[in-house]
Design a protein around this ligand. Structure first.
Ligand code: NDP
Length: 245
């Protein structure tokens, strides 16, 4: 039985990843920032789906100490940690000339620096176990750029370089570090977009639809499995053909 921490698994893509891993019998740490009720709902659904064990952990990952401590808390609660999925992420969109320092700092702290701290702690455990999997949830915004998302795209592009570097450092210990870069996926994050913007994106997606969180979850579940042992340092785009690269 393997154990996994999925950050930001109270809602959206993270919840779908948690449930996919639950179906595969993992012991799971469900993590949230402020939405305790949603996290509890994920936990109940994960137990019903077949998770070996489920714990719920709160942490505001914009805070360095909270990010540094979360992996240790998950390891203690689950009695080990084999898989880390860095999924939690936020947006603070706005055009560059109007972007406040705080919007930049908070997005970089939550979407990039927290991943550094979580991964640093997780890799220490995985090195001892001589097996591990890390998946970072980036975005096509980090690859193609997106007007109004200079902060978010910088953080998500940062994850791509981070993933490649860490993958090279620990490949010899059966540890892989990969990223996924979703396009537009149905979630609270995309539901908040103005209708006009949603329609424009939809028109640009060759598949003719937004993706489903479950589709991203299946990809992540494969990347953390034994079957994906020879995939390392990659950023796998899942976007209905919007941005092939
Ligand atoms: P949601 O907004 O639906 O969920 C965000 C999750 O992150 C929630 O679990 C939330 O917890 C958690 N979170 C928010 N703020 C913090 C914080 N300060 N500290 C810790 N956790 C926090 O997002 P999605 O499911 O849409 O996105 C998940 C990931 O996928 C993100 O990294 C996002 O950037 C990425 N992505 C999403 C795309 C999309 O189209 N939806 C496209 C490309 C990438 P709580 O419920 O407690 O607030």
């Amino acid at each position: 039985m393997k154990s996994a921490l999925v950050t930001g698994s109270s809602r959206g893509i993270g919840r779908a990843i948690a449930l996919e891993l639950a179906e595969r019998g993992y012991a799971l740490a469900v993590h949230y920032a402020g939405n305790q009720e949603a996290a509890q709902q994920t936990a109940v659904a994960a137990e019903e789906a077949g998770a070996a064990k489920v714990v719920v952990l709160q942490a505001d990952l914009s805070q360095p100490q909270a990010a540094s401590e979360l992996v240790g808390r998950a390891r203690e609660a689950l009695d080990g940690l084999d898989v880390l999925v860095n999924n939690a992420g936020i947006t603070r969109d706005g055009l560059l000339i109007r972007m406040k320092d705080e919007d930049w700092e908070t997005v970089l702290a939550t979407n990039l620096s927290a991943v550094f701290r979580l991964t640093r702690e997780a890799i220490k455990l995985m090195m001892k176990a001589r097996w591990g999997r890390v998946v970072n949830v980036s975005s096509i915004a980090g690859l193609m750029g997106n007007a109004g998302q200079a902060n978010y795209a910088a953080a998500k592009a940062g994850l791509v370089g981070f993933t490649k570097s860490v993958a090279k450092e620990y490949a010899g210990r059966n540890i892989t570090v990969n990223a996924v870069a979703p396009g537009f996926i149905e979630s609270d994050m995309t539901n908040e977009l103005p209708e006009k913007v949603r329609a424009e994106y939809l028109a640009a997606i060759p598949a003719g639809r937004f993706g489903k969180p479950e589709e991203v979850a299946k990809l992540v579940a494969f990347l953390v499995s034994d079957d994906a042992a020879y995939i390392n340092g990659q950023t796998i785009v899942i976007d209905g053909g919007l941005y092939p690269h």
